[in-house]
Design a protein around this ligand. Structure first.
Ligand code: URP
Ligand code: ZN
Ligand code: ZN
Ligand code: ZN
Length: 477
């Protein structure tokens, strides 16, 4: 397979320039002006288009047993939707229940993806309890290249983890050079507030946000940060949703805590009034942490441009309308989650770059490069460099369209972004040198995706993080 991509504008987290790209086999072999096509090459004319490194979604749920049901995508549908939207690598949350053995969880998740994902993928290893088996399995999985963990401080009685287990997990992560990602909400406060609201007869989806308010997330964020501080581990807050929690994370960073911040696309564009819609219309917008008061969005956008927020993910988690009806008379039974894997890049480009103040370089950094750096994938992923994997997105900024569940590749019957305009889309997407998307259609191969094994981070995390945040300061200035 040889591809010559001509006349495009290459945009990375650091620079923007016009050049041709030669792809031989699975990697980029040459970048330069007026490259001559080898005889067997397919030539793609990218005139008027951007060429971005393949986007990375560092937080998705594909296989997810949750609240007695399962999220709707399979690795077949989820990966195809990802690719159509320009995401060439995702990191899935392996989330076994607290009662499951971690090794069994690994077998289940890895077997479901293998042979089905069309894009590359890897896993954050969910730690839902602590015992000798868990520790042994974590050591084995890190040695096998699964160098990030996931803990839930919320979801008492399901995935939620106790403080002793949190401490042990972080201590092991520090020893092994693994990054620990965390869903930060105070679980006890959520339980108490849910019970109180239900007892008052407040059962509709509009009570989901008041049952886990901003302070509850800020408390969880500060709690996680303190545990990072005490153990010296490297942490990553997932789906941070509001200004109070942002402050908690940034305060910790100022004290030298090695903490990265992710926000997810729904929190930039949707607010709590969506979940206040009557009946199942509101339930469609129930996720945790909840959609917030709109006033938080300006703070998120600003922190994204400054690089204080490292990454923009999705927390992709599709439940269909029938499943959302499970909570008709009790908001605590609504399966949490909003699908976004196909739409993240187009929405961030449209409302960040095209219509907002987000720079192209920070867009690429937040949606691709920074995740690759934090999670041990760089520069194989997240870069347009000779030797990098030829995961490329040829992006058409002149495309105009609207998001709709009817045209989505996600296996779901609604979209949280129905009717949202988009000012661009990927016209061609490659996965390790093979074209997987043309003109918005999936033309790739089921099962071509590889499980990505990663290196643990060097034991100088604070230097690495300082370097990353310097890069973003440059992007800003
Ligand atoms: O509402 C959400 N986020 N559902 C998926 C599970 C999680 O908390 O990430
Ligand atoms: Zn979560
Ligand atoms: Zn960071
Ligand atoms: Zn999640």
């Amino acid at each position: 397979m040889t591809l010559l991509i001509k006349n495009g504008e290459i945009v990375t987290s650091e620079k923007q320039y016009k050049a041709d790209i030669l792809v031989e086999g699975e990697t980029i072999s040459l970048i330069g002006e007026n490259l001559i096509a080898p005889d067997d090459a397919e030539i793609i004319d990218a005139e008027g288009k951007y060429i971005f490194p393949g986007f990375i979604d560092p937080h998705v749920h594909i296989h997810l047993p949750f609240m007695g049901t399962f999220a709707r995508d399979t690795h077949t549908t989820g990966s195809q939707a990802a690719l159509v939207g320009g995401t060439t690598t995702f990191i899935e949350m392996l989330a076994p229940a607290g009662s499951d053995e971690l090794r069994d969880g690994w077998n289940t998740w890895s077997q479901m993806a293998e042979g089905h994902s069309a894009c590359d993928y890897t896993f954050h290893i969910g730690v839902t309890r602590w015992d000798a088996d868990t520790e042994r399995t974590l050591r084995e999985l890190v040695a096998d290249g699964m160098t990030s963990f996931k803990v839930f401080l919320a979801y008492k009685g399901a995935f939620g983890i106790e403080d002793a287990a949190l401490f042990n997990t972080l201590t092991l992560a520090k020893e092994l050079g693994a990054v620990v990602t965390a869903h930060c909400e105070n679980a006890e406060l959520v339980s108490q507030l849910q019970a109180k609201l239900l007892a008052e007869g407040k059962t509709g989806s509009e009570w989901h946000e008041p049952s886990r308010p901003e302070q509850v997330e800020a408390d969880g964020t500060a709690h996680f940060a303190t545990f990072l501080e005490m153990t010296g581990a490297e942490g990553y807050v997932v789906h941070l949703s509001n200004a109070k929690s942002l402050k908690a994370a940034l305060d910790a960073r100022k004290r030298g805590v090695n903490i990265h911040i992710e926000s997810v696309i729904p929190h930039f564009l949707l607010d709590k009034t969506y979940a206040e819609r009557p009946g199942v219309e509101g339930a469609k917008y129930v996720m945790s942490p909840p959609l917030r008061d709109k006033s938080n969005q300006a703070a998120l956008w600003q922190a994204l441009q400054s690089g204080e927020i490292d990454t923009v993910a999705t927390d992709h988690c599709p439940f269909d309308v029938g499943q959302k009806h499970m909570g008709d008379d009790n908001f605590t039974r609504i399966p949490n989650g909003i699908p976004a894997i196909e739409d993240r890049v187009n929405l961030l480009y449209t409302y960040g770059v095209s219509r907002g103040g987000l720079s192209l370089s920070r867009f690429v950094d937040a949606a691709s490069t920074r995740a690759a750096q934090i999670f041990g994938l760089y520069p194989k992923k997240g870069a347009v460099e000779v030797g990098s994997d030829a995961d490329l997105v040829i992006y058409d900024p002149n495309y105009r369209g609207k998001i709709s569940a009817a045209t989505s590749h996600v296996n779901n019957d609604y979209s949280g972004f129905e009717g949202f305009e988009i000012d661009g889309r990927p016209s061609v997407v490659t996965v390790r040198g093979q074209v997987a998307v043309r003109n918005g259609q999936f033309v790739g191969e089921e099962g071509r995706g590889q499980l990505l094994r990663r290196q643990p981070n060097q034991n100088q995390p604070s230097q690495k993080q300082a370097a990353q945040h310097l890069t973003s300061a440059e992007a800003r200035g």
